[in-house]
Design a binder for this molecule. Structure first.
Ligand code: F6R
Length: 616
């Protein structure tokens, strides 16, 4: 994980880098640091804590310099303290590095370096890497770029690194394997930006290169960027991307937290996810990447979905969608299990990888494994140009816009939207979904953004319920059918941002164990919408009531039966059962949000987490 931001050019580097680090804090916030080079004068500042803590320290410091590298860390090797924070220096004090990733064989390299007289101030793999680079440079009397390249040929693991030599204030070396790195290019190569994603530099340039795995770039002021393959030194002609991101999208826009802003963005995000794809007036769904590979989908023996966390929950919803609407058998796998399980994958299987960030290490590894077994891999990603978007054979973007709050919200609903479109399209083409049902679903989908707006109006009511249950030590979430994954997602949202222990279950599973937990102190959130096993869920609610549990029920507008039994009801508009997750998940997001705020938790940056999990 971790975020890297760097600048080399004619402007003062510090403000660019420190603002950039703040935008990248979703990638980790255990510690922060910055190194500045003013001529040949270097200053290095780092601290445990957030970028705001670093900013406080910097108030008293010299912040001059046109070259800077900054880092915000999610600790892997070594506890979060000042010493383990990045940037790190080599033993001579001449070479500087920031790193995102893990060097797996760092211990072996460290032992060898210690024999050669190197000493280490931190417990990090990164300090080992910069000293390895120094050792290679001295031994081979070579330039920095070559030394980095040779050193990286000897490391096992994942990295995005930026390195410079304090005697070369016009040059930065950047390299990538597994972890992302973007390079922003100023006019006439008069300035360069280096960052884990393009957000730190969007107000300065629209031109960016995303390095591919095993590539190394030599960035020199006034010169074209030179890119090489690390292993065989082959020259690479980099693709220059035109960035579409804008500043507004990555700011809070008047909301207290990114999470709340992103929850409220869902009507637009869902609309953007189906815009140009769901042609409601013509009654068709058009998806280039599905249309171009239609035979693969129609002939698929089964669909295997790989993902992690919230994206995995979207995968579970997709299982219901594909099986119910298109009658294609689906298996949903945790990417982390799939990749180490020697899974059986046949050529006729279609693998769908779901990821907001497009950088999740386990999902990426699962894709590579599936491809090596001959499967066709389709990606459902949010971040354009991300590693997963590039590694998959083809795919569909969710177009949710940047999701900055660590807890995933609009990514989930847009993933479900895209997957629902695919299921509907395939269902109709396979003849499983009659034209009239297909057109009905298309129409119903076009109403979803408006219905999400309606659910969002329940905001104040949900806040009141949150105030009642904010001190609960535990919480249960129950749902059936399409809403079982929503129960899992609701529980994940609550535990990750409020640190309340929460579990999601299929409602009927309650009797097989969890019911033992129910007493008058246990809040149970039940999704009891009218379409979809309503009577069964009503029975489950009665069982909970009989044991004095507190019921918060998500019901369909106008419901009277559950209203009589539940302690609280939150109404959502009626829709097709297959689309209820798009509505029922919203109150659960808001409930978690308000509970976390009332408990004084850092909603956008919950402890121990990071947005982009680029380590396994
Ligand atoms: C939970 C959350 C995580 C992510 C998971 C996968 O709110 O955000 O569980 O869903 O880390 O991330 P992506 O979707 O980026 O692959």
């Amino acid at each position: 994980m971790c975020g890297i931001a760097g600048y080399l050019g004619f402007r003062k580097a510090y403000p660019i880098v420190i603002n950039g680090l703040q935008r990248l804090e979703y990638r980790g916030y255990d510690s922060a640091g910055v190194v500045l080079l003013d001529g040949n004068e270097m200053s290095l500042y780092k601290t445990k804590g957030k970028v705001s803590d670093l900013k406080k320290i910097m108030k008293q410091k010299n912040i001059d310099g046109n070259l800077a590298l900054g880092h915000t860390r999610w600790a892997t090797h070594g506890v979060p303290n000042d010493e383990n924070s990045h940037p790190h220096l080599s033993n001579s004090g001449k070479l500087v590095i920031v790193h995102n990733g893990i060097i797996e064989n760092y211990d072996t390299i460290k032992k060898e370096l210690i024999i050669r007289g190197y000493t280490f101030k931190s417990d990090t793999d990164t300090e080992v890497l910069i000293n390895l680079i120094e050792e290679v440079k001295i031994k081979n009397k070579c330039k920095l770029g070559e030394a980095v390249q040779m050193a990286l040929s000897n490391v096992v693991g994942a990295y995005a690194i930026a390195v410079f030599d304090i005697s070369k204030p016009d040059e930065i070396i950047v390299a990538k394997l597994g972890s992302p790195i973007a390079i922003g290019i100023g006019e006439n190569n008069s300035e360069f930006f280096v960052a884990s994603d393009a957000s730190p530099f969007i107000e300065y340039t629209r031109n960016a290169i995303y390095l591919e795995d095993e590539e190394l770039a030599i960035i020199k002021l006034g010169k074209e960027i030179r890119v090489r393959k690390i292993q065989d030194n082959a020259i690479v002609e980099p693709d220059i991307h035109q960035l579409k991101l804008n500043l507004e999208q990555i700011e809070k826009g008047g909301y207290d937290h990114f999470m709340l802003k992103e929850i409220h963005e869902q009507p637009d995000a869902i609309l953007d996810a189906y815009r140009g794809r769901l042609l409601a007036s013509k009654g068709i769904i058009k998806m280039g990447s599905v249309d171009n590979n239609i035979a693969r989908f129609l002939n698929a023996n089964r669909i295997v979905i790989v993902a992690c966390g919230t994206s995995w929950h979207a995968g579970l919803v997709a299982e219901y969608l594909f099986e119910d609407l298109a009658r294609i058998s689906v298996e949903v796998e945790y990417a982390s299990e799939f990749r180490y399980r020697n899974p059986i994958i046949n050529k006729n299987d279609v693998v769908i990888a779901i990821s907001q960030s497009g950088e999740t290490a386990d999902t990426l590894a699962a894709i590579k494994l599936a491809k090596s077994k001959g499967a066709f891999v389709f990606g459902v990603c949010n971040v354009v140009g991300s590693s997963i978007a590039r590694e998959t054979d083809t795919g569909a973007y969710t177009h949710a816009g940047p999701e900055i709050g660590v807890a995933s919200t609009k990514a989930f609903t847009t993933q479900i939207t895209v997957l629902a479109l695919m299921a509907l399209k395939l269902g109709n083409l396979k003849g499983e979904l009659s034209n009239s049902r297909y057109h009905h679903y298309i129409h119903e989908m076009s109403l979803i953004p408006g219905k999400v707006e309606e659910v969002l109006k329940m905001d104040t009511e949900i806040e009141k319920i949150a105030a009642i249950y904010k001190d609960a030590p535990n919480c249960l979430y129950l749902g059936r059918g399409f809403n079982f994954p929503v129960a899992l997602e609701g529980a994940l949202k609550l535990k990750e941002i409020s640190y309340i222990h929460a579990e999601g279950y299929p409602a009927a599973e309650m009797k097989h164990g969890p019911i033992a937990l129910i007493d008058e102190h246990m809040p149970v959130i039940v999704i009891a919408t009218r379409k979809g096993h309503y009577d069964k869920v009503v029975s489950n609610i009665q069982e909970i009531k009989a044991r004095h549990g507190k019921i918060i029920a998500i019901v369909t507008k106008g419901d009277t039966i559950v209203r009589e039994m539940a302690d609280h009801v939150i109404e959502i508009p009626e829709t097709e059962e297959a689309f209820t997750p798009l509505l029922s998940t919203i109150p659960l997001q808001l409930l978690s949000y308000y509970i976390a705020v009332m408990r004084g938790c850092n909603v956008d940056q919950p402890r121990n987490l990071a947005k982009s999990v680029t380590v396994e």
